[in-house]
Design a protein around this ligand. Sequence first.
Ligand code: GDP
Length: 296
Amino acid sequence: MAMFEGLSEKLQATFKRLKGKGKLTEADVNEAMREVRVALLEADVNFKVVKDLIAKIKERAVGQEVLESLTPGQHVIKIVNEEMVAMMGGSESKLAISSKPPTVVMLVGLQGAGKTTHGAKLANMLKKQGKHPLLVACDIYRPAAIKQLQVLGEQIKVPVFSLGQENPVKIAGESLDYAGKNGHDTVIIDTAGRLHINEELMGELEDIKAVVQPHEILLVVDAMTGQDAVNVAETFNSKLALSGVILSKLDGDTRGGAAISVRSVTGCPIKYAGVGEKMDALEVFYPDRMVSRILG
Ligand code: GDP
């Protein structure tokens, strides 16, 4: 996957120089950190996140232990790795499963972010894990969204609950009764999006939330939009208290800004990443693996 190539290349070049140096001085570390900083900013990582990260790395990297170690370059690289993983949330964040089924997952996001696709991908993944998901069509405004969900549902053999253009709050509420009666242990609600965040959209999402009391509210954001995605996540989080993020279209993201900074800015973990249009193109998001991919 051609992901974050520019960032990877730059960081790897910096690390190569560090490793080649043998002993390191504080000036060497500072120079390397300047390069890391520029590389991250060019990758569209949030400015404040970069600043905090570099401060943390520096604090550890200019210590005696590192400068006097036999392989100081390796030491610094290890610190960069650890701090980046920590910044991205440490370990993976699992889907909350209700002890009393059904587990209710509400998907929110702007139009075109990939909500409908990711609802189906998530259902597909859960089905393969032995669960019995139900997809719920609450995106009643976008032309063809219901049909799209039904087509995907047929493809992955997961039923879709729909009441046509009925009130989405009513659809969401009734879907829970349906799930209870039909043995579905997970309900995935595809909500409406808009091109931009507005009061009406947020109001409807808040109403659905109040009725279904979801165990997860996952925001689907397009990784390719970088800091815009981070801003969208902040706004949705302030209104709805998100439990996590699904980062879509990571396969097309050449820079990495959203993947690297969304957790740190919003406090919401990235739970899954979309890596293509197909139904199996969904991955659990592992911060350590992501950082390994970037740092090489
Ligand atoms: P919605 O308006 O948020 O429901 O967005 P859709 O689910 O309809 O997705 C919008 C477009 O993005 C569709 O053409 C999808 O096939 C595409 N898409 C969604 N997720 C991904 C992804 O992870 N990678 C790529 N390359 N395309 C995606």
